[in-house]
Write a protein that binds this ligand. Structure first.
Ligand code: COA
Length: 430
């Protein structure tokens, strides 16, 4: 049984505006952002908070002090304290994992109303001490005399005092995501021009969608605490006035000499949160709620991180389509997470390749051709931003709303994730 019967409904979704890290939300944590979005989502939906049975949240760089962000959101938003919460981590697919874990609970009949989503603050990353210095601090805390406490630091050298910040890198390959995307660009022959053109389109579409009010149902206004005088109404990373000429002037970041990836064709470091309310179809009907969509199928996959790291969606896509019992040609709305333009264009290249189908997917024919012009019609992560733990939830809501707007039946999303992982999900309108 691959499909949810009865179905799992996406009742509505919401996100904070996404902001370049270090800007509007510089002093907020992922928890703060998660609380803002969940409180507003519950309030907008009009559902009785007493009927919520679980909160599931995705987060990639957790707080050392409050790692179970989902439960903290319950306690920090005034939701009934009886509501449990758990937190999931699957790199950039974390909020999709939150949503599918919640959907699975509903499918099993263990719950019929669940909030799922994700949050990330790249303004609030834990800065660690070196192991030597941390050991000295612990040893010092156990000493009773001042001399003993000071003595614990006897062997500390200046280099031990250097802070240890987390890198956006694979622990297995030691390559950053950007370096891995450079490798993909080179191996697949994705040019700088093609990447910049794709990124420019993302910005122009996001700017148009924002100006036309397309996001008004899915993006809330944030009055930034504690002063509440900074009012954030829209994403602040979109550059509607971007030009190919300006992009072409930027220096590559991850391979300074021969590289093609720049600040313009990569997703930026971002803060933000997003969430959806999921219900069993029966519950939504009983409450007289018209859902914005239904989850038809999903599939996760992983590939060797030493190969092409961000090709996970290529492996997940055919499985999700098979589980939905539909073909790529049946899908009208496609959203592909844009970690890097080089990654999206590489994913599309592999999805359409007969050689890849035969050599890597065990299929005689490719899944099909995806026209890069037909995806991400309201922009993607390059322009809107990419708070790791929140992006998947943003995309689920956008696909559902786009299906509602266009009256089309099937939508598809893909998200690549660190560790060589990827996810594909099929959504339907009614
Ligand atoms: C690529 C990256 C290093 C750039 O960071 P940054 O240097 O802080 O980026 P900035 O926003 O300051 O942009 C750098 C420059 O490019 C310019 N720029 C950025 N986007 C542009 C665009 N669309 N058009 C023209 N110029 C642009 C900026 O104006 C800035 O110029 P300046 O130095 O003259 O002010 C960072 O965004 C990053 O690490 N991204 C990848 C994140 C990642 O790995 N995610 C995981 C995905 S799986």
């Amino acid at each position: 049984m691959w499909q949810y019967t009865p179905r799992v409904a996406v009742v509505r979704g919401l996100r904070t505006p996404f902001a370049k890290s270090g800007t509007h939300y510089a002093h907020l944590s992922a928890l703060d952002l998660g609380k803002l979005v969940v409180a507003e989502l519950v309030q907008r939906s009009g559902i009785d908070p007493n009927t919520i049975q679980e909160v599931v949240f995705g987060n990639v760089i957790p707080s050392v002090k409050a790692p179970n962000i989902a439960r903290e959101i319950v306690l920090g938003t005034g939701l009934p304290r009886k509501v449990p919460g758990f937190t999931v981590s699957k790199a950039c697919a974390s909020s999709i994992q939150a949503i599918t874990s919640a959907a699975d609970m509903i499918f099993r009949g263990y719950a019929d109303i669940v909030i799922a989503g994700g949050s990330e603050s790249l303004s609030d990353i834990p800065i660690l001490f070196s192991k030597n210095f941390a050991d000295a601090l612990v040893s010092s805390s156990k000493q009773k005399s001042v001399g003993g406490k000071l003595g614990s630091f006897r062997k500390i050298r200046p280099k031990d005092l250097a802070p240890d910040a987390p890198a956006i890198a694979e622990s297995t390959t030691a390559l950053t995501m950007g370096e891995s995307a450079e490798k993909m660009a080179k191996e697949n022959g994705i040019t700088r021009e093609a990447q910049d053109k794709f990124a420019l389109q993302s910005h122009h579409r996001a700017a148009e969608a924002t100006a036309s009010g397309r996001f008004k149902d899915e993006v809330m206004t944030v009055l930034v605490p504690p002063g509440y005088d900074d009012v954030v109404e829209t994403d602040n990373l979109i550059r509607g006035d971007s030009t190919l000429e300006a992009m072409a002037k930027l220096r590559p970041v991850f391979d300074r000499k021969f590289g093609t990836i720049t600040a313009a064709n990569a997703s930026p470091l971002t803060d933000g949160a997003a969430a959806v309310i999921l219900m069993s179809e029966d519950k939504a009907k009983a409450l007289g709620i018209k859902p914005i969509g239904f989850i038809k199928s999903y599939a996760y996959a992983a590939t060797d991180p030493f190969d092409q790291l961000l090709q996970g969606p290529v492996f997940a896509l055919p499985v999700a389509l098979e589980r939905a019992k539909i073909a790529l040609k049946d899908i009208s709305v496609i959203e592909m997470h844009e970690a890097f333009a080089a990654q999206v264009l590489s994913n599309i290249q592999w999805i359409g390749s007969k050689k890849i189908a035969q050599e890597r997917l065990g299929r005689s024919e490719p899944v099909g051709d995806i026209d890069p012009e037909k995806i991400n019609l309201t922009g993607g992560s390059i322009a809107l931003g990419h708070p790791f733990g929140a992006t998947g939830s943003r995309i689920v809501t956008t696909v559902c709303n786009e299906l509602q707007r266009t009256g089309q039946q099937y939508g598809l999303l893909t998200v690549c994730a660190a560790g060589g992982m990827g996810v594909a999900m099929v959504l339907e309108r009614e």
